[in-house]
Design a protein around this ligand. Sequence first.
Ligand SMILES: [Ca+2]
Ligand SMILES: [Ca+2]
Ligand SMILES: [Ca+2]
Ligand SMILES: [Ca+2]
Length: 694
Amino acid sequence: MRKVFLVTAAALSLFLAACGGGGGSAGSPGTGGGSSGGATQTATATLQLVDGAGAAVSGSSLSQTEVRQLKVTLKNARSQVVPYKRVTVELDSPLAVLTPASGSLLTDANGVALFTIAPASVSSNGAVTATATASVEGAEATGELDMQISPGSVALSAITTSSSTVQKGQSLNVSVAVTVNGAPASSNSLAVSFTSTCGTASPGSALVDGSGTAQAVVQTTSTGNCSVTASAVNAQSRTAAFVVSAPPVVGLQFVSASPTVIYQQGSLTPNSSIVTFRVIDAQDQPVQGQTVNASLIGGGGGVSFCNAAQTDVSSATGQVTFAVCSGTQPTTVQVRAQLAGTSLETYSNLLTVQTGLPTQRFFDISASQQNFYVGGYFTDKFNGKTVDISVFAADRQGNPVPNGTPVVLVSEGGQLNTTGNSSCVLTDGRCTVQLIGQDYRPLGSSVSGSEKRPGRVTVLATADGEESFIDANNNNRYDAGELVEQLGTPFMDKNESLQFDAAYTNLIVNSNESEVTYPIPASAIGTAACPANTNIGLSQGNSCNSQWDGFTKVRRSLLVVFSGGEIGLPNTQSDTAATCTHSVNAASYDATIDAQYRTKLLSCSLTRLQVRLADRNGNPLPADATLAVVVRKPQGNQCTATLSGSAIGNATEPTEHTVLLDKCLGGGVENVDLTVTVSAGSGSKSSTFSVTLP
Ligand SMILES: [Ca+2]
Ligand SMILES: [Ca+2]
Ligand SMILES: [Ca+2]
Ligand SMILES: [Ca+2]
């Protein structure tokens, strides 16, 4: 009965297609087994589940452990196999996966395409329908197959480690066998997680390899009784035990001394350094809880550990620290660290204790220009030009004193353009401040034997420092009996008398003036005469003592001239160059300006003349003033003049200049003009000293 029905159904469908007069498609899908019966006239795609050997699998169940293939046989309407035709298979569920993943293959010579099909995972559970489709002679052939998927039973067994005991920092291998439904799991079919109580497993999730095992490496990071556990989904986890032992201490490392240079007590800071060592094991890892003893190697001069205890216990980072304090003298020292109860030891780098203080012999001051256009009293004046005052300081070994050492500067006149208390701060052994030309413009001194000229400015620099001494035994520190260059109380010698003048009056105007002293530690002050051969004019008289003072004031002074901008002409014709005449101005020089400081024609002939140039204060003209010479003469006269230089130059006293003459005939018609030009703000001013040849 059933067979007849099938034939009837096929015939009916053919009939319907013919009556419709449609596109000629055979229309209805073929079904599995649809090729039976003599009258079938549609193409068919027949699906069958077979094993790896091609044998039919009864029950259409996929396997978690064995190969299953989906066999698609393609036939045309005449029941002939269709070779080399593209067949596409689609699954209606992600529970199973096909190979190739594209789901399409060509049929072989027998009209058969073989796809591999497997559960997507061992936990896949349910049914899946595969639908095969192909286009045969203009019509679509399709077929379906329903398959059952059952989850696999996963088991972990036989977990093993490569060793049962390791030292911390070492690693061990761990592996576990994986079965599914009792058979070794296939490669990459599932992942096993590894965790350890004493380190990290890598990879944390390992895929099963081709031999049915999963493996990882455990890197140990702590000590004790440890374990590693393997686990997989739906499987009982497995654990293996191992022991991690502490590695032996193998070394002491010097880490740092901070800072590496400290300064002697009573000098500068810092006066202490932290010296750090590290206790390590064979893996270069820190070891905690180890006792380390320290001692000093070298030293002297009072250098010591700051704390009485010279023992420390290593921290979690394996570190021990010791503080070293400077003494009263310079030295070098090392710290020796030893692991208690062992012969393990190491040494720190050299730690240097320096004086850090400037010493008098290595303390210096200079100016970028010692004579600059400011003027005052008998001369014209100009405000606002500047010179740089630089201070240089080194310790007794000639090394720069520490950056940040302050220097105090004071000036008799003008303005020291500084931030803070008229000081500059040493960097790389030097510092610079600007001196601005402005009031106060100092006057001459009425003190007998002192400087009578105005416009002469004393600048004094002081800093904390030490007296210089002759290190007879070359140990870089003062020892009793070594020669000392004594320093007394510093003062500003405004009137260049080389002595402290507590009070005096200015020349001509009789206004009051006073020199000033600057404090030093009381212990450095005495009543003895100060040396007559060193540091002249830098200590108040009878304020020196007979001891070496490692902490007093070093000092140095500098004279800066506030030059006028015009040549001071001689008041009268000079008698030293009687055969020549020159320009004069009877009102030029005040009687208090001594003759040796005045402008003068020093010598004169038809081949050469020599002059001294000064401003009306008897001071040099500005260093950067230009000097030029021209000859005024009758037409046709060949007389020429050349100067040996073209600028006034750096000086604190009036400058001398030579003019060379050529082809000068004399007769009182040749005038040699020396012209000084001084820049002043946006313009300049010139003045001329004119000499008429005999
Ligand atoms: Ca010495
Ligand atoms: Ca002065
Ligand atoms: Ca004086
Ligand atoms: Ca002294």
